[in-house]
Every structure is written in structure tokens, then in C-alpha cells.
Design a protein. Structure first.
Ligand code: ADP
Length: 626
């Protein structure tokens, strides 16, 4: 049988494993046991509907066997098994992106205990301790059994073989000891027992091993010199009670954290753990986590929302989407309920009444947790909001604003006066007595908004401004419309609802100037007004009607021919020297006055972050005035 070569990425990974200086070689056992448990999950699920299989939940187990003389350690399961294609695809290849990233991480932090599990390269970790691996396996629905064999980097073979029963047996030929490394320990029963307890205690199927023990020989029991004899006894090494089934008081936060990191391949500890146990109309236990930071694929299609769903300890699905609302899609966790019929199909799951009730309850739980974090642990909440605030804002906008009332009090916006994120409740509490609106301003970042002339008057009045720096911010505010009966008002609006303290310029003269500028600019602007909000800047642009500049920019970016255009109002600061000069030029040099009007308009566009129609014309214009 010709040897097949590993795909090149897999080969590199293998080299890494074989020559590994990884300090926690022992985790190979956890990885193989967890694969075995996954394989049993799959067959156990099939057993629910396939009577011919003749197996029930209690028949499933994982067996360990260690033989010091032959240096063989086996891990055997009676799970789903693999056929030739599975062996080829699962054990001959690894996702190349995964392996590359893994390699980098491993080189950076060789002591990190969880790297291996995180990259789905578990099986290969066995090469850290084994010089040869044999896999004998028979798949559900398949008559032939197969044998996969490899001694590492030089490739693998797959041959047909005989095997009783379904499942997979992994046979490891443990490496010989070296000066630096002791591999014998992986053949010691007590060491193996300890490793199972430590890493795989919550595996829901029994992990059994024949333990050799010693006892006094019956016939020498009463003698002065009792003799001892060895005997073997089969022991279940794990307690099997899943962590979410254990009473909360018996589990440490550290255990919850570890479980989270292993189960959900997370690098960090969770920000919050929510444990709940409900008995009543529906009975269930749930263990939920709020992550500390945004998963790298969170805003991509790859990210799957949902909770793992178990029914009486049997895994029904890895991602039950119905259990979490879209706006809390960052929540990870597990729900275990006895109230589901076990052979429920995916389609039925979606309409299951119990499931919907559980989902509603869990949503409330998550909301309460967030609300209490906001109230009592502001720093943590800010961490949370940094990671998932955008999600909450999307949640407000989604479904025509259906969820906005539920989410509005969890939102935060950056404040011009506090220089940090604040809630709308805090804003409204601090509003000045005469202040009519909740003001907000939109821009690339806080520094850019700080510099906007449109905000000058608001600042001079001491009004707080909320900064919208993300796409979704302005849509959120548009959806909310008001908060505690206070309407929102954009700093870019033509009417800010404020009377200026400035003495109005002579009305007649200013009307003439405004008409002159409007005629000069023509259709470029909808209106030219004497500004009430400018203090030190000569001009600014504001938007009239329903479309704001940010919406114009957004829609033109996603759909360039959308034709979406905000109505531009050019506001002039009638007290500014540049405007005054233009006014006197109207009498003495009308052409120059027109150039002034054009330049001021272009400046207003630039400040609003809108593109100039013709940049080179603008620079020529400026030069002609210099
Ligand atoms: P991961 O488990 O993260 O996918 P592994 O390298 O550990 O990565 O395993 C690769 C794949 O091989 C698994 O996803 C599974 O499909 C298959 N596999 C491994 N061990 C077993 C087993 N004991 N029984 C059935 N399939 C297995």
C-alpha cells in the first residue's frame, strides 16, 4: 500500500508537533477524548431515531487502555466512526488558515495551554507523545472498517480491516524517554486517571479504564505475613456531571471560566457568567457567557449565533439560533432542558413553544445582567460596550425599531463634555433648563467633531453634544426619534431651536447679501441664511429636510448611483470679517465678490466632509484671490 503524503500545511504542523517543545504535551489526551465524545454525540443522536442500531444512551463509553510493556496507549469509542473519505479529509488535511495561525501562536506562546484546542488541530497533538498512530474505525451505515496509520511526516496509509462494532480505536505507540522528556508517564494508570479528572471530568459519557490494584490474598488474610496480589477493576474516571448541571454554589468561577475557554475556543475569560436553573412550566438549566471582546469574525457571515442545546444530556444542536435574539447574538452558552422531545427535527425546533419560552426568559436574564453591570460596574460595562455596543445599536434599528424600547437604556454615546461614553438617561438628567433638544453631531472621530463650526453655538451655551462616529449611530438616533420626551436634534440642522445672543445684523443689508450669494451659487445650495450658530467661523453647511449629510455619504458609499443628496443650507456668519469684506465687494468689485462666495461655499463643503465638485477649480480660485 503506497503511502499518501499529508497536504503541505498539515505536514508543517506535524513537524511542529513531533518536534514540539510544547510544555503541556499531556493535553493530547483531552483532545482525543473530546473527539471521541463528539463522535459519540453524533451516534447517540442517530440512536434516538434509528431503532435498528439497538443502542441507548447508557451503552456509550470511551475506554482507555495502557500497556507499559508494549508502550501502547489506546483510546476507544463506540461513536459514529469514520469511512475512507472521512479519514482522508479529517486526518489527512487541516484547514490551512487554521494551521498557519496555530503555528504563529505556538511560536509566540509555547506555554499557552489552550492553543491546541483553539485551532482544531487536536488529533495531531497525539504526535507530541506518539511515534506511531494507528486508527481503526468503522462508520455508522458502512460495512467496511478501515485502518489509518502514520508515523508522522512521511505520510499515511489507509487499508481495509476488520472491526467489531461501530466506532474508533486510536492506538498510540508512545515515544521512548529522552534525556529531557519522560514519556513513560503517559502509560501510568494513575497519571492517566489524573489527566482525565483534570481535563475531561465533565465529558458526559463514562471514560473507563481497567485499573490494576493490589490486595491482600484471601488465604493469607489472617497470617502474620500477608501476601499481596494484583487484580484489575474497571473504573469510571470522570464524574460525568456536566458543569451546568452542578449546583452553582459548588462550582468556582475559575471552573466556569475554564469551561468557557475550552468549549468556545476563547482566548480570554468571559466578562460575565450567567447561571440559571428554572423549574416550572418549562424546566431547564442554562449557562450563559458574555464575552470580553469581539470575536474576530463577529461581524462576518462566518460567525454563528446560537446556544448549544441539550435535551437531558444529549446534544441536540450546536447552534440553536432560536434561543438568542439577534441583538444579543454575542451571548455564548448552553441550555439543557428535559422538556423537548428528543427526536425533534430542526424545523420543529423553530416552532417549539417551550423553546420560545426559554428564549424569552434568557433574553430577560441577559438584559438584567447588562443593566446591573451598567449600574454597578461601569468599567466592565464600558468594556462590554466597546466590544458589542454596535450590535445593540443595530438591534435598535433592526426590524423597523421593534426592539428599541428594550435596548435604548443600554446604549451609550461619546459625550462632548464628559469626554467618555454616556447613557441617554445621564444626558437628559444633566440637560440645561432651557435646552429643548438632545444634540448630536456626526463625524469621522471625536477630534473631527470637536472642530466642527456647527457646534460652536451649542458649546458656547454649555450644551452637551453626543458624538456619532459610527455608521450606525445616526440611524440609531433616527430610529429612536426621542428619549424621555426630548427630541434629538443634529448640530448640522439648520434650526437648532436656540435664539442667538448676537445682535442681528442690519436685516435689509443682510437680505441683499444672502440673495446675492444664493444667486451666485445657484442650484448648488437650497438656501443661504444668516447663521445663528456660528461664533468664530465664517461659514458652515447644514442640512434641511429628512436627509442628513451622513446619510448622503453612507448611501453614496454603498450605492454610488443612489442619487441621495441632502439639501444644503449655506449659513453665513454675518459678523465675520470675511463675510463683511464680501459684502462691501458687492458694491465695488462684483466679480471678486462672486469668487468670495464660491470659496466660502467650498470651505463649507470641506468642513462638512463632503467632496468638492472640482478641486482644481477651487485651488485656482483661491490662487486668483491671493
Ligand atoms: P477537530 O476535532 O477540532 O475538528 P481534530 O484534528 O481533533 O480537529 O479532528 C479532525 C476531525 O476528525 C474531527 O472533526 C472528526 O470529524 C474526525 N475525528 C477525530 N477523531 C474522531 C473519532 N474518535 N471518531 C470520529 N471522528 C473523529
Amino acid at each position: 500500500m503506497a503511502k499518501k503524503q499529508f497536504k503541505s500545511e498539515s505536514k508543517r504542523l506535524l513537524d511542529l508537533m513531533i518536534n514540539s517543545i510544547y510544555t503541556h504535551k499531556e493535553i493530547f489526551l483531552r483532545e482525543l477524548i473530546s473527539n471521541a465524545s463528539d463522535a459519540i454525540d453524533k451516534l447517540c443522536f442517530i440512536a434516538l431515531t434509528d431503532d435498528k442500531l439497538g443502542m441507548t444512551r447508557s451503552d456509550f463509553k470511551i475506554e482507555l487502555h495502557a500497556d507499559k510493556d508494549s508502550r501502547i496507549l489506546t483510546i476507544e469509542d463506540n461513536g459514529i466512526g469514520m469511512d475512507r473519505d472521512d479519514l482522508e479529509n479529517n486526518l489527512g488535511t487541516i484547514a490551512s488558515s487554521g494551521s498557519y495561525k496555530f503555528k504563529q501562536e505556538m511560536e509566540e506562546k509555547p506555554d499557552d495551554i489552550d492553543i491546541i484546542g483553539q485551532f482544531g488541530v487536536g488529533f495531531y497533538s497525539a504526535f507530541m507523545v506518539a511515534k506511531k498512530i494507528t486508527v481503526i474505525t468503522k462508520k455508522y451505515g458502512c460495512d467496511t472498517a478501515y485502518c489509518w496509520e502514520s508515523s508522522g511526516a512521511d505520510g499515511y496509509t489507509i487499508t481495509e480491516t476488520e472491526k467489531d462494532g461501530l466506532g474508533t480505536k486510536i492506538i498510540l505507540e508512545i515515544k521512548d524517554n529522552t534525556d529531557e522528556e519522560n514519556y513513560d508517564e503517559f502509560l501510568e494508570q494513575y497519571r492517566l486517571q489524573g489527566l482525565v479528572k483534570r481535563y475531561s471530568d465533565y465529558i458526559r459519557y463514562p471514560i473507563v479504564m481497567d485499573m490494576t490494584k493490589s490486595r491482600v490474598k484471601e488465604e493469607t488474610k489472617d497470617s502474620e505475613h500477608p501476601e499481596y496480589e494484583d487484580y484489575t477493576e474497571r473504573e469510571t474516571l470522570n464524574s460525568m456531571v456536566p458543569i451546568w448541571q452542578r449546583p452553582k454554589k459548588d462550582v468556582t468561577q475559575d471552573e466556569y471560566d475554564k469551561f468557557y475557554q475550552e468549549k468556545f475556543f476563547a482566548m480570554e475569560k468571559p466578562l460575565r457568567t450567567i447561571v440559571t436553573s428554572v423549574e416550572g412550566v418549562v424546566t431547564y438549566k442554562a449557562l450563559l457567557y458574555i464575552p470580553t471582546s469581539t470575536p474576530y469574525d463577529y461581524y462576518t457571515k462566518e460567525y454563528k449565533k446560537g446556544l448549544q442545546l441539550y435535551s437531558s444530556g444529549v446534544l441536540i444542536t450546536d447552534n440553536c439560533e432560536e434561543l438568542v435574539p439577534e441583538h444579543f447574538r454575542f451571548v455564548k452558552g448552553i441550555v439543557d432542558t428535559a422538556d423537548l422531545s428528543l427526536n425533534i427535527s430542526r424545523e420543529m425546533l423553530q416552532h417549539d413553544r417551550h423553546l420560545l419560552t426559554i428564549a424569552k426568559n434568557l433574553e430577560k436574564k441577559v438584559k438584567n445582567e447588562l443593566t446591573s453591570m451598567l449600574k454597578n460596574k461601569r468599567e466592565d460595562y464600558e468594556t462590554f460596550f466597546k466590544a458589542f455596543g454596535r450590535q445593540l445599536k443595530y438591534g435598535c434599528v433592526a426590524d423597523y425599531g421593534m426592539h428599541k424600547d428594550e435596548l435604548v437604556d443600554l446604549l451609550m454615546f461619546y459625550s462632548s463634555t464628559e469626554k467618555k461614553p454616556v447613557t441617554l438617561a445621564e444626558y437628559v438628567d444633566r440637560m440645561k433648563e432651557e435646552q429643548k433638544f438632545i444634540y448630536f453631531a456626526t463625524g469621522e472621530n471625536a477630534a473631527a467633531i470637536d472642530a466642527l463650526p456647527q457646534t460652536e453655538l451649542l458649546r458656547s451655551k454649555g450644551y452637551e453634544i453626543l458624538y456619532c462616529t459610527e455608521d450606525v449611530d445616526e440611524f440609531t438616533i433616527q430610529t429612536l426619534m426621542s428619549y424621555k420626551e426630548k427630541n434629538f436634534c443634529s448640530a448640522m440642522n439648520d434650526d437648532l431651536g436656540i435664539d442667538s445672543d448676537e445682535a442681528p445684523a442690519d436685516e435689509k443689508e443682510s437680505t441683499a447679501l444672502l440673495t446675492f450669494v444664493k444667486e451666485t451659487l445657484g442650484d448648488k445650495v437650497a438656501e443661504v441664511t444668516a447663521s445663528k450658530k456660528l461664533v468664530s467661523h465664517p461659514v458652515c453647511l447644514t442640512a434641511k429636510g429628512g436627509i442628513s449629510f451622513e446619510m448622503e455619504k453612507y448611501f453614496n458609499a454603498v450605492q454610488p448611483d443612489s442619487g441621495m443628496k441632502a439639501q444644503r443650507v449655506l449659513e453665513l456668519n454675518m459678523n465675520h470679517s470675511a463675510v463683511k469684506t464680501m459684502e462691501s465687494l458687492v458694491q465695488t468689485d462684483i466679480d471678486k465678490a462672486k469668487k468670495y462666495a464660491e470659496v466660502l461655499y467650498c470651505q463649507a463643503l470641506l468642513i462638512a466632509g463632503l467632496p468638492l465638485e472640482n478641486p482644481s477649480e477651487y485651488t485656482d480660485l483661491v490662487c486668483s484671490l491671493m
